[in-house]
Design a protein around this ligand. Structure first.
Ligand code: ACM
Ligand code: ZN
Length: 749
């Protein structure tokens, strides 16, 4: 019943859509339709007084076969009028009027004209088949002044041409800020004339981590030297300026400094030597706040400021461990001398000193959340990434903030079910999640909300090896960001937005952009069914297009059509895919089931898992799915400092002789193996008898993959207690904190 209703709704919304909504992204603030149409000619007459650079860009971007001819204004079909001086906040606004005779653009600035042209390009693309554009008037302007995308070129490097393509993508969807992450532990990527070793030494690393972080595997191949010369930087800045995009360069400090320290070890607290990092993460060796370091950073910033015309210079500030500062005589003396509270105060001292310098050059600093530590520098803007609290704190204290919370804006996260996606950092940020984001936190009043400059998405490239993968990770999510930043997103009508996204795929196809098709992908959910389980498949598209197999073969259009949740009678693998017009549209989704006598049975937990690792609740432990170590957010339950105490009702007296479960170990992430496990049986769910107990050593010997022979049992209730490792012992990451215990499945045979 629900499915029929949904299909009807999609049909209905398509009809409304074709009548009322244009296929534009970001959707404009105001669209009014008028009578008549503008017939698209073979040769479009351009008024000879159009702004030149932007018009040249327009001509190059038009891929619809249209030709152009210059003509005097009176005869032209595209004309432009510059409006008098822009009122504050209106710099990017424009009016685009399509009438039967001509197309007229009005704006205060050439940037407004450029944005109007983006709209016009999308209109031509949409209506070229019909050869006519309906008469209309679009009055448009963005809600947020900062609509940004970030690119990390340190973990992996991207060429000048690739960076230019990236900038083109921003321009197409009316973003206006490119945050160029130029320095980090794994590589220094900007030529600094005064410090040649930064690129001679710091732009190389011995090898790189490959695969999932937990694999701890390296490729053994030297990486680099990779960097941009100042001439190349100038070329990219010009390219961005031609597209009305501001580049904000980032020079990381005081942390994420290993590549710089590999070249200039004297800037650290300890002697070194240091090497550019080969693995991902956060490292203890950071800049030491000595005069020599400040002189170095000021000289670096001088060159950066000379190159980049942006109002803001990003100085990083994130993830700076205080380990070295705590043990450094100079750092401790500085804390005493300046009456600083502690090392967090020293972080604040560091940032404030840099801010003063940057301000003295007529520029402002922006930094990640952690620049709030120990007190915010007087004029600094905050880039809120760990969540929204940094942005809220900044706005409440009258500092500007750019919102880029990980859960919504980190495009290195998965955008579909990880098992159908290429290896990614982790997390789950699908298109609809990005689209649902509102950059203005509800906690702010109208006055405070004015300090929310805008929104940005970040692309960290630890797991992004080439530019095809960059394209994959940003598309189509960049379109959602674009509409969020423009201020016309409407999460209630996500489906309508998704239709416009699918329409844009035609443009990306033509440009040979490798976008993600994850929105077509199939989501699977295990549901209880009778005394076992069934697998429910869905896609955001019409689910009639789902085909599946149970014999391990790849589904084709002729495979079984999905109708109802598929009963899983025993251990098997289900493969599914989405087809449209006979064509495979999605990735093939594969799910293996290991069915035991506890699968699908009623289960209760004495203590609930931690919120971020609670996946499908207690049922996750009897859903027939063995956890993948690369997907902690899925199929595993995580318990911080808590034991797993699970009781399973088998429904009737059931014979069994084996019990199995898996627990994980990843000490770097505070995940420890269980300390012990005890197994009990009962017939009345009150009086339990212990039938087996194992200790730390057995669990450790089995590397967490526990298979226990429990003798011949016959019982209705079965209880297992898996003991958390407790407080993490000294000498381990996270010492003195509560350990995590992860469990995926509890089976019996
Ligand atoms: C960050 O993701 N470390 C800003
Ligand atoms: Zn120091």
């Amino acid at each position: 019943m629900i499915r029929i209703f949904l299909a009807f709704f999609v049909l209905l919304s398509n009809v409304i859509f074709s009548q009322n909504k244009l296929n534009l992204i970001p959707y404009p603030q105001n669209v009014a339709f008028n009578d008549g149409v503008f017939m698209i000619p073979d040769v479009l007459k351009l008024s000879n007084d159009l702004p030149q650079n932007e018009t040249e860009y327009f001509k190059k971007r038009m891929t619809s076969g249209l030709k152009f001819q210059s003509s005097k204004r009176a005869d032209a079909q595209l004309v432009y009028s510059q409006l008098p001086k822009a009122p504050a906040g209106k710099e990017e606004s424009y009016i685009l009027t399509v009438s039967p005779k001509q197309i007229h653009i009005q704006s205060y600035t050439q940037q407004g004209y450029f944005l109007a042209l983006q709209t016009l390009i999308q209109l031509f693309e949409e209506y070229k088949g019909a050869q006519k554009i309906p008469a209309l008037k679009i009055e448009d302007q963005p809600k947020f002044a900062w609509r940004g995308m970030h690119l990390d070129v340190c973990r992996h490097f991207f060429t000048v041409d690739e960076v230019k393509q990236y900038i083109d993508y921003l321009a197409m969807y009316k973003l206006n800020t490119f945050h160029w992450h130029l320095t980090d532990d794994q590589g220094w990527r900007i030529e600094i004339k005064k410090y040649p070793k930064l690129t001679q030494i710091g732009s190389k690393r011995k090898e790189s981590m490959i695969g999932a972080y937990v694999d701890n595997t390296f490729d053994g191949k030297p990486y680099g030297p990779y960097f941009y010369t100042q001439e190349q930087i100038r070329e990219v800045i010009q390219y961005a300026q031609d597209r009305h995009i501001t580049i904000v360069p980032e020079i990381e400090m005081p942390g994420h400094a290993l590549a710089a320290l590999s070249a200039y070890p004297e800037l650290a607290c300890t002697k070194g030597p240091f090497e550019a990092a080969t693995k991902w993460g956060v490292f203890d060796d950071v800049f030491c706040p000595k005069d020599e370091t400040f002189t170095f950073l000021e000289n670096v910033l001088d060159e950066v400021i000379r190159l980049f015309p942006s109002q803001y210079i990003h100085i990083g500030g994130d993830e700076c461990p205080k380990t070295r500062w705590k043990e450094c005589a100079h750092c401790q003396e500085l804390i005493r001398k300046n009456n600083l509270k502690d090392e967090h105060g020293l972080q604040s001292y560091f940032i404030q000193r840099i801010e003063k310098y940057v301000n003295s050059k007529g520029r402002k600093i922006i930094g990640w959340d952690e620049i709030l530590e120990g007190g915010l520098a007087p004029n600094a803007a905050v880039m809120s990434w760990t969540g929204v609290n940094g942005g809220i704190e900044a706005a409440k204290s009258k500092h500007f903030a750019v919102m880029t919370p990980g859960a919504y804006c980190y495009f290195d996260h998965y955008q579909g079910d990880p098992q159908s996606e290429p290896n990614a950092f982790g997390g789950f940020t699908p298109l609809d999640k990005v689209y649902s984001y509102n950059p203005v936190p509800a906690e702010l009043n109208a006055e405070q909300a004015k300090y929310i400059l805008g929104v940005q998405a970040n692309l960290w490239t630890e797991y992004i090896l080439d530019f095809k993968q960059v394209q994959y990770m940003i598309f189509p999510r960049l379109m959602a960001l674009s509409e969020v930043g423009w201020g016309t997103s409407d999460p209630k009508n996500y489906k309508e937005f998704e239709n416009r996204v699918i329409n844009q795929f035609k443009v990306l196809d033509k440009m040979k952009v490798n976008y993600a098709k994850s929105i077509y992908n199939i989501s699977g959910k295990v549901v209880p069914s009778g005394s076992g389980i069934a697998y429910e498949l869905s896609t955001s598209q019409n689910s009639d297009g789902i085909r599946y197999t149970l014999d391990g073969t790849v589904p084709t259009i002729d495979s079984k059509t999905y109708q109802n949740p598929v009963t899983i009678p025993g251990s098997l693998t289900i493969k599914s895919a989405y087809f449209e017009d006979g064509q495979l549209k999605s990735a093939v989704s594969t799910q293996q089931f290991i069915v035991s006598k506890s699968t699908g049975k009623s289960i209760s937990l004495e203590q609930q898992p931690s919120e971020n690792y609670s996946f499908g609740g207690a049922f996750t432990l009897v859903d027939g799915i063995i956890g993948n170590v690369k997907q902690l957010g899925k199929t595993w339950l995580g318990f911080q400092g808590k034991d797993v105490v699970a009781t399973i009702d088998l429904g009737q007296k059931t014979g069994f002789s084996e019990v199995y479960f898996n627990t994980l170990e990843n000490k770097g992430s505070w995940i420890h193996l269980a300390k012990s496990a005890q197994i009990f049986v009962s017939d009345d769910n009150k009086n339990f008898k212990m039938i087996k107990e194992i200790g730390k050593e057995e669990i450790s010997n089995a590397k967490g993959k526990i298979r226990l022979n429990v003798g011949s049992q016959n019982a209705r209730y079965f209880k297992i207690k898996i003991e958390n490792a407790g407080i993490i012992p000294a000498g381990n990451p996270g010492a003195d904190s509560k350990a995590w215990l992860f469990v995926d499945e509890i089976g019996i045979n």
